[in-house]
Design a protein around this ligand. Structure first.
Ligand SMILES: [Zn+2]
Length: 80
C-alpha cells in the first residue's frame, strides 16, 4: 500500500530494526528509531524522537562499529 509519508516501508519489525542498524553504519546523521505507521500499517524509520533501545544493546553497538571500520577500509582502498 502506498503511504503519503513517502518513506521506505518495512513489512516486519525485524526488517525495520535491520534498516535502522544499517543507517547507523552508513550515514553520519542516521535514523534514530522506527515506528509503526498508522496510515499504511507498516514500519518506517524516523530521525526524530528518542533513540531506539536497540541501539544501546552491546552486540548492536559492536556490530555498527565493526561494519563501519570495514566500510572505511573499503572506501580508502577504492580511492587508491
Ligand atoms: Zn506509512
Amino acid at each position: 500500500m502506498d503511504c503519503s509519508s513517502k518513506k521506505n516501508q518495512y513489512y516486519t519489525e525485524e526488517e525495520a530494526a535491520e534498516a535502522l542498524i544499517r543507517s547507523h553504519i552508513r550515514f553520519n546523521r542516521p535514523a534514530v528509531s522506527y515506528y509503526l505507521c498508522s496510515e499504511c500499517a507498516q514500519f518506517h524509520l524516523t530521525s526524530k524522537g528518542e533513540p531506539h533501545p536497540l541501539l544501546f544493546q552491546p552486540q548492536v553497538v559492536e556490530r555498527i562499529k565493526k561494519e563501519q571500520q570495514t566500510q572505511d577500509w573499503s572506501q580508502s582502498y577504492k580511492r587508491r
